[in-house]
Design a protein around this ligand. Structure first.
Ligand code: FAD
Length: 380
């Protein structure tokens, strides 16, 4: 309903790429937990990273709705690939909004995937409650000295640069945090082992430790003390990204289930002729479309400059819950086959679960929705 010709063109380009290049290799990437480097190079050449980066800074300058469409299509191919796109969108949005000209010059290599990046907030004692972070950056001469550690960081095993949230003022609460661009090859940086995950197994996730890591004055992104606010300010867009990723997983499950139901025969007929199976397919289709519309509506609110917080949380929460429930239905349509490794729906079910957890758990999304309702009223 909101799509222009450009939206449709970019969506279809991403869809073709997912069908021809991503989907055929997804099972192997999941099985081998492999980082698909060549594939990311191709995506970079197609301009699928940093979708919102303005042309003046080397990006295509597309709107949030385009970003949502691309994320859905890439995720329909394989969620780990979309995850990389989402991560680069968050980092590039931070750089576009808060970077100096010198820091923004990093964007070229980041969007070409020549410089790999990580977004580093979570710590052992600070997950949902980001205000609990203990990583510190202490001013030292013209620069800073970083100490602490992060866990479950996407790209940590392979990244060149970390965008690290650290405490710069112990007394100032959420106003005492800052973001630093950290060279992850520098002395004092240690990488933990790669985590072995339930789903999205090609994404490389791990920990980072910082011991007396010396940072130059250029490492500080934006103003000191504004890090928490800056990280939070990109979360609306981040939530649209994860919600779109969840819709893509659901859509892949629906397509697989419809095809299988037409082929699999029991009692002398295709299982698609049984009403019990038809209702599973119908529920999948209606919930996926509902999630898609919520996501697109939230994206349009961001693009119009409207207050999008509640819309983004509703989209992320609904789409994540939908993806888990409806990929379970896809497994059900496949019967025992759906439980066996190598069948796409088995992977999709595993890939869906994390969409209820990262970028703010779905409990937190419900808290935000309720807070907004109680603050602004039920019709706002
Ligand atoms: C695969 C993967 C990739 C990740 N990538 C990154 C990354 O790139 N960068 C990064 O910084 N982090 C990353 N994370 C971390 C992720 O963002 C956190 O796992 C998430 O924020 C939840 O934190 P937690 O795991 O510590 O859970 P906790 O905060 O310990 O929460 C545990 C449970 O308690 C609930 N809970 C907590 N507080 C409340 C409350 N006030 N009200 C109601 N319920 C509550 C939660 O919803 C959850 O169900 C990643 C995690 C995973 C698993």
């Amino acid at each position: 309903m909101y799509l222009t010709e450009t939206h449709v063109q970019v969506r279809d380009m991403a869809r073709d790429f997912a069908d021809q290049v991503i989907r055929p290799v997804a099972e192997g990437l999941d099985r081998d937990e492999t980082f698909p480097a060549g594939l990311y190079d191709e995506m970079a050449k197609l301009g699928l990273f940093g979708i919102g980066v303005p042309e003046a800074l080397g990006g295509p300058g597309f709107d949030t709705l385009t970003y949502a469409l691309v994320m859905e299509e890439l995720s329909r191919g394989y969620a780990s690939v979309a995850d990389q796109c989402g991560l680069l969108e968050l980092i590039s949005t931070l750089l576009v909004r808060h970077g100096t000209a010198r820091q923004q010059a990093l964007l070229g290599d980041i969007l070409a995937m020549k410089t790999k990046v990580a977004y580093c907030i979570t710590e052992a004692e600070a997950g949902t409650d980001v205000s609990g972070i203990r990583t510190t950056a202490v001013a030292d001469g013209a620069g800073w000295v970083l100490n602490g550690g992060k866990i479950w960081i996407h790209n940590a095993p392979v990244a060149d640069l970390g965008f690290v949230l650290a405490r710069t003022d112990k007394e100032a609460g959420n106003r005492g945090m800052s973001i630093f661009i950290v060279d992850l090859h520098a002395a004092g940086v240690t990488r933990g082992p790669k985590e072995h995950k339930m789903g999205q197994r090609a994404s490389q996730v791990g920990g980072l430790d910082f011991k007396d890591v010396r940072l130059g004055p250029d490492a500080l992104l934006g103003a000191a003390g504004r890090g928490f606010h800056m990280m939070m300010s990109v979360l609306d867009k981040g939530r649209v990204g994860i919600a779109s990723l969840a819709v893509g997983i659901g859509q892949a499950g629906l397509e697989a289930a419809v095809e299988y139901a037409g082929q699999r025969r029991q009692f002398g007929k295709a299982i698609s002729e049984f009403q019990g199976v038809q209702w599973l397919l119908a529920d999948m289709a209606k919930d996926i479309e509902a999630a898609r519309l919520l996501v697109q509506s939230a994206a349009v609110k961001i693009d119009r400059g409207e207050d999008a917080t509640k819309a983004c949380s509703m989209a992320k929460c609904f789409a994540g819950d939908m993806a888990v429930a409806r990929t379970a239905d896809a497994v059900q349509v496949f019967g025992g086959s759906g439980y066996i490794r190598g069948f796409e729906v088995e992977r999709l079910y595993r890939d869906a679960k994390i969409t209820q957890i990262y970028e703010g758990t779905n409990q937190i999304q419900r808290m935000i929705i309720a807070r907004e309702l109680l603050k602004k009223g039920a019709r706002a």
